[in-house]
Design a binder for this molecule. Structure first.
Ligand code: CA
Length: 248
């Protein structure tokens, strides 16, 4: 029996409340109740009624970068079961938090669920309030992780790892000076945005920099020499006549 307890919902959702949740559940009654409760919390809920549908949604999400912030996943599902779905996601390197919701309650299932990469496990029957609390906790943790982690920057065949201060172009590591690195990081954070020399000085050298804008040109030349296949025909760091520079 499912506990039909509705949560005392907090109508003012937390920061970033438009979190997208993928709900994978084949039992209609439970699914409908979960949709109502999650939507009341301000979450956007996308549903899949079997493992196969979930799989194609996730594959499309991957392509569209239309990703989910959390997956609420039943284990016993038609087509592809929850454990396999979980395994597949982790095999793909997808770090989305997964909350398993299952009628299975043995310790083995719980451990197995966590071993294949689920983040939490809740056994039916459960109260909606508890489920919502766990969803919130997972989303909060996810948000903290995301803010602590700087994303890897990628543009065509140039990759920059902000935390490791490393850059690769066409598969080869490129050794940049701190200023060159900072310049490239800024460029890659805003592809195609045009920067004036003064803006670049402010962002890379700091507002109290005493040199002139020629310094920017010199660093751009060095950056091109290290980055571009042919520095005289730059493909990455482009001069925008009369304005400054842009990346890409
Ligand atoms: Ca089921």
């Amino acid at each position: 029996m499912l506990t039909l307890e509705l949560p005392k919902s907090n109508p003012t959702p937390e920061l970033g409340s438009a979190s997208r949740i993928l709900l994978v559940e084949d039992e209609e009654l439970i699914r409908e109740m979960l949709i109502v409760s999650l939507e009341e919390e301000g979450y956007k809920v996308v549903t899949a009624t079997d493992g196969g549908a979930a799989l194609s949604l996730l594959q499309n999400a991957e392509l569209n970068t239309n990703t989910f912030d959390l997956i609420v996943l039943d284990l016993m599902l038609p087509q592809v079961n929850g454990l396999d779905l979980c395994r597949w996601l982790r095999y793909q390197g997808n770090p989305v938090p997964i909350l398993i919701v299952s009628a299975k309650s043995t310790e083995t299932d719980r451990v197995l669920g966590l071993e294949v990469g689920a983040d939490d496990y809740i056994t039916k029957p459960f109260s909606m309030r508890e489920l919502i609390a766990r969803c919130r906790a997972l989303l909060r943790r996810q948000r903290l992780n995301l803010s602590a982690q700087q994303p890897v920057l990628q543009w065509r065949d140039v990759t920059l790892y902000p935390q490791e201060c490393r850059t690769f172009a066409r598969g080869e590591e490129v050794n940049l000076s701190p200023k060159e690195f900072r310049l490239l990081e800024l460029f890659m954070s805003y592809p195609r945005r045009v920067w004036s020399r003064d803006q670049l000085i402010d962002r890379v050298w700091g507002a109290d920099f005493l040199g002139d804008t020629k310094t920017v040109d010199v660093h751009i030349r060095w950056l091109r020499e290290k980055l571009e296949k042919d520095p005289s025909q730059p493909e990455y760091v482009i001069t925008v006549r009369g304005f400054g520079y842009r990346f890409g």
